[in-house]
Design a protein around this ligand. Structure first.
Ligand SMILES: CC(C)(COP(=O)(O)OP(=O)(O)OC[C@H]1O[C@@H](n2cnc3c(N)ncnc32)[C@H](O)[C@@H]1OP(=O)(O)O)[C@@H](O)C(=O)NCCC(=O)NCCS
Length: 440
């Protein structure tokens, strides 16, 4: 992605593809190994076992990741090898369901770390601004990330765009469902789930507004090939597959017991993907029927969850947390807004305020029969349509309709008349609630 450069402070920024050592295919090449070393330091994790790095390199290559490293060659005596970067960053592309006729490619940012000795001197700013410029140049309408802290990315034009719920179910005596059982469920052959999980996810992605394609690590984790924390196998993980009436697999779940010492006895669902409403219901029916289990937990349920509505006793379902997942940054308002599907009809001018300059300007959005057309307006051009002024981060939050323009106006990120807010919300917030369970 052409980010190689040396700044006035002597820090060198280099982008490269993850790779294996040409002399030893059982090892990662040295810059990839050092990059992982820096990531582990940044996220306070144990050093990677060198024997596991080729597997991680393989997964990263399948994801098409570009790694960026920032090096400080001025390391004092006794300090860590200057070949280990002081900052890391990675990007890859995947597709987002924006409710339009096609999935929209998005530029994804991940593995952002800056060493504590080098923090708050603009290294993140340097990495992200050059990367976003390259992504825009490369034709991406949107950039996306999932954030460790909510305070970091708003300044770069990212807005929280969708959330998931942490849920808990009391399954003592089994869960009763109101609808009759359909199809069948079988405990998975873990190795085969590795190949099947991406197929089922792809069908889920096609039908789920707000869903985002997943990196290869998800299938490795769903099959127990990797544990959640490391690339060691997880021997405690179990998988289950749901088949429809024609015997076609259309959902899976992976889960793990927290052990006999946890009271009440708890099964933690680590992944659950359904390609139909029926599959979603039947996976929960299975999970709710497992003997010796008194509680189920799941960290990434939809905020608009049909599950409590399926149960004979809805009070067995509790939301324990709601967390933002997907953060979006519009790079190209015309392409992003035309790709999206809309509920109604109407027109509005969006005056986007963007300090980084990618999305700024006035954009006339006209929606007819769910299809949006966008035209950039000249500085003095007045089309007579209602106008909404909004910050780039607010546009990111508005994009999937998880929050209304009216709420954002109350918060200050959107500035508009009541009439304009009504048009905005009819266009953006009237569709299904977005659901993205992909973290990266
Ligand atoms: C988050 C992190 C990458 C920031 O890197 P950094 O190089 O210190 O950031 P910069 O110096 O470029 O800061 C740019 C701006 O963001 C602000 N900022 C950076 N990190 C912030 C944080 N965690 N909370 C609030 N503000 C933050 C800075 O104050 C600065 O503001 P300004 O431009 O208004 O002066 C770094 O602190 C880190 O590695 N944290 C631990 C790992 C992590 O959380 N990574 C993010 C994964 S999503």
């Amino acid at each position: 992605m052409g980010m190689d450069s040396t700044a006035a402070d002597g820090l060198r920024m280099v982008s490269f593809a993850p790779g294996l050592d040409p002399a030893d295919p059982g090892a990662a090449d040295s810059r990839t190994r050092n990059w992982f070393e820096a990531v582990k330091l940044g996220f306070h994790e144990e050093r990677a076992d060198p024997g596991h790095l080729p597997g991680m390199v393989d997964a990263y290559q399948r994801d098409g990741r570009t790694l960026t490293a920032v090096y400080d060659d001025e390391a004092p005596e006794y300090a860590s090898d200057p070949a280990v970067p002081v900052a890391t960053y990675a990007s890859m592309a995947n597709r987002l369901n924006v409710g339009g006729p096609a999935l929209l490619p998005a530029h994804l940012i991940t593995m952002v770390t800056v060493r504590p000795t080098h923090r708050r001197r603009g290294i993140l700013r340097r990495m992200i601004t050059s990367d976003l410029a390259a992504a825009k140049q490369g034709g991406f309408a949107l950039a996306a990330l999932t954030a460790s802290e909510a305070t970091i990315y708003g300044r770069f034009g990212f807005g929280a765009a969708s959330s998931t719920a942490g849920i808990e179910l009391d399954t003592r005596g089994g869960l009763e469902f109101t609808a009759p059982r359909r199809g069948t469920v079988a405990v998975a052959d873990s190795g085969k789930l590795l190949a099947l999980a991406p197929e089922i996810f792809s069908a889920h992605l096609d039908r789920t507004f707000g869903a985002l394609g997943r990196q290869h690590g998800y299938a490795l984790r769903a099959s127990g090939t990797w544990s959640e924390e490391s690339s060691e196998p997880d021997k405690g993980l179990r998988g289950v597959i749901r088949y429809n009436a024609d015997g076609v697999p259309d959902g899976y779940a992976a889960y793990k017991s927290l052990g006999w010492r946890t009271e009440p006895h708890t099964m933690r669902i680590t992944d659950l993907v359904a390609a139909s409403d029926e599959a979603y219901r039947e996976l929960w029916r299975y999970l709710g029927s497992i003997d010796l289990v008194e509680r189920l937990t799941f960290g990434v349920a939809p905020v608009e969850d049909p599950l409590p509505w399926m149960l004979a006793d809805r009070r067995r379902y509790k939301v324990t947390s709601v967390e933002d997942v997907l953060w979006l940054r519009v790079l190209d308002p015309k392409a992003a807004l035309e790709a999206r599907g809309y509920a109604g009809n109407g027109a509005v001018v969006l005056d986007v305020v963007d300090p980084l300059g990618f999305a700024g300007g006035a954009w006339l959005l006209e929606v007819r029969s769910g299809v949006g057309r966008v035209r950039p307006l000249g500085a003095a051009e007045d089309t007579g349509h209602r106008r909404v002024e909004l910050d780039a981060a607010a546009l990111g939050s508005l994009y999937l309709g998880a929050v209304t323009g009216r709420t954002l106006a109350a918060a200050g990120g959107v500035r508009a008349s009541e009439d304009a807010l009504t048009v905005l919300d009819e266009l953006f917030a009237a569709g299904p609630a977005p659901y993205c369970s992909t973290h990266f």
